[in-house]
Write a protein that binds this ligand. Structure first.
Ligand SMILES: C[S@@+](CC[C@H](N)C(=O)[O-])C[C@H]1O[C@@H](n2cnc3c(N)ncnc32)[C@H](O)[C@@H]1O
Length: 506
């Protein structure tokens, strides 16, 4: 019997390991949901089922441009997303096909809902291959003090990339525009007085003008100006009460009573922000001039719903902009003061609390997939074959032998296939690790059970680089042709790499 303290420590170790697995697979959650969005599954459920759950066959029949759809792939993707509470599943009592529905999360990914804004395009841009690709350069950028984005794409910014790639440009602008609708609802409710006194407003770096058009819709007395780079303005739709102006905010910003900067300053380092703010000061009316900044305020000890997203977004800025960052309230104050913006807490026109307020309003627009992967897969060598329970059936059906399903004390599904005894390693004289890589696992087994003759079996190029281990011989070959003889075969995470037909051959 282990002591309670030893048990506690073992449990902490296991939890720690589970946490690492969760992080390792966090991208799976994020990209599985991206796939569901690309296939428009939230929209399909919303429109086809009029909001009611529908079957997988109904979903798949509505997917556009799918000449030979694979329902088993989709079923597995949905299984994960149901676990993550992105979709719901109902199992009808009559044994009919399961029904998939929307949840409070996936409703944020549909078109045409009154209560939820569609964040799909924002999700697709934040997980776009360009933006995700530059993350591979994060550690070199830390070591060399260089920009990850430049390492990935050369000396250019994300805006340069958008100007050269029309599809990316459209996706980026749509992604940004969709957040305007959420924000304006909150602004209309909470910032009414702020707009009442304005005659003109420029949205600086306003993208295709979604935000300013929503403001002008609610405050038709305001003359709206959407200001952005030429390649963005070229694709902007026409909106009543909004004129589009192409230009460069580092050069000159159109004059108006007030300027709006939403998610602009966080793209730039302090030096670049100072230049933007200087041009803002020149552009706003002296008497009632106002700068409305909508950005994240990082809360270092914050435990609110979107605080984590702020820190994730900070790293997204670090990786995908040339010096951008999210800022704490202190950093904002410093930046604005140095940029010559008067922050008078008593004057709501410029108070930092107003800034904070605006920022809080924008928080719900930050959509990042959070993952709750709870993958239990301890590296427990007491099991002979670690994979999943479903193989048990496969073995008994196709091998003519017996299969014992052992659930060990960590609730891990482990299958011990044997033609006779199932006593574990004690009775095994020779053991071949099929697909054993460079032999690390079999070497550990042989260290603990030195009576076992260990054989590490893998493709020749793997075995060629394998180190020498006492008691282990390396054999190069192909498991689909033949496997070296031994008392027992060990396969760790092999069968799950293959389809059923190949598993049967193995
Ligand atoms: C993160 S996006 C925010 C867009 C929009 N404000 C929103 O939140 O929906 C930053 C915007 O700044 C624009 N931008 C970048 N450099 C600029 C420049 N030098 N002058 C004007 N706009 C610029 C980009 O084209 C992009 O539309």
């Amino acid at each position: 019997m282990e002591s309670p303290e030893a048990d506690h420590q073992a449990s902490l170790r296991l939890r720690g390991q589970a946490e690492i697995w969760r992080h390792m697979f966090a991208f799976v959650d994020s990209l599985a949901l991206k796939c569901a969005i690309e296939l428009q599954i939230p929209d399909i459920i919303h429109s086809h089922g009029a909001g009611r759950p529908i079957t997988l066959s109904q979903i798949i029949s509505c997917i556009d441009n799918a000449p030979s759809p694979d329902i088993s792939y989709l079923e597995r993707i949905m299984r994960l997303l149901v676990r993550r509470n992105i979709f719901s599943i109902d199992h009808p009592s009559d044994g009919g096909e399961p029904l998939y529905g929307l949840t409070h999360s996936s409703r944020w990914l549909v078109n045409g809902s009154d209560e939820y804004t569609n964040l799909s395009s924002l999700y697709l841009i934040e997980t776009h291959a360009y933006l995700v690709g530059s993350w591979n350069f994060l550690s070199p950028s830390v070591k060399e003090g260089s920009m990850a984005f430049e390492k990935a794409f050369g000396k250019r910014s994300v805006w340069d990339l958008a100007s050269q790639d029309n599809r990316f440009n459209k996706l980026f602008n749509d992604g940004m525009a969709c957040t305007g609708r959420i924000l304006i609802r909150e602004m209309v409710a909470g910032y009414k007085d702020g707009f009442d006194c304005l005659r003109s407003l420029v949205d600086v770096g306003g993208g295709i003008g979604g935000m300013i058009s929503e403001i002008v819709k609610s405050y038709p007395h305001i003359k709206g100006i959407n200001f952005d780079l030429p390649h963005v303005i070229a694709t902007a739709p026409v909106y009543d009460g909004v004129s589009h102006i192409a230009g460069d905010m580092f050069h000159q910003i159109p004059n108006a009573d007030a300027l709006l900067l939403k998610w602009v300053l966080h793209n730039w380092d302090d030096e670049a922000c100072a230049k933007i703010l200087k041009n803002c000061r020149k552009a706003i009316a002296k008497e009632i001039g106002k700068l409305i900044i909508v950005d994240v305020v990082l809360q270092p000890d914050g435990n609110e719903l979107f605080d984590d997203a702020g820190f994730a977004s900070d790293l997204q800025m670090m990786v995908n902009t040339l010096g951008g960052k999210e800022r704490t309230e202190l950093q904002w104050k410093k930046l604005l003061e140095e940029g010559g913006v008067v922050i008078a807490p008593t004057n709501p026109e410029y108070s930092i609390s107003e800034l904070t307020h605006q920022i809080q309003l924008t928080r719900p627009t930050i959509a990042f997939a959070t993952s709750h992967t709870s993958h239990k897969l301890p590296l427990n060598l007491r099991t002979i074959l670690i994979d999943s329970l479903e193989f048990s059936t496969l073995f008994t059906q196709h091998s003519g032998g017996e299969s014992d399903v052992v659930v060990n004390q960590s609730d891990i599904a482990a299958i011990l296939y044997s033609s006779g005894t199932t006593d574990g390693f004690d009775t095994v004289r020779s053991l071949v690790d099929v697909g054993g890589g460079t032999g690390g696992a079999i070497a550990e087994i042989v260290k603990t059970y030195p009576h076992i003759k260990g054989i590490n079996f893998d493709l020749p190029h793997f075995v060629a680089t394998a180190p020498d281990y006492d008691g282990v011989s390396h054999v190069g070959g192909n498991m689909f042709e033949s496997i070296p003889n031994a008392d027992a075969v060990f396969m760790k995470c092999i069968l799950h790499d293959w389809g059923d037909e190949d598993r049967v051959k193995i």
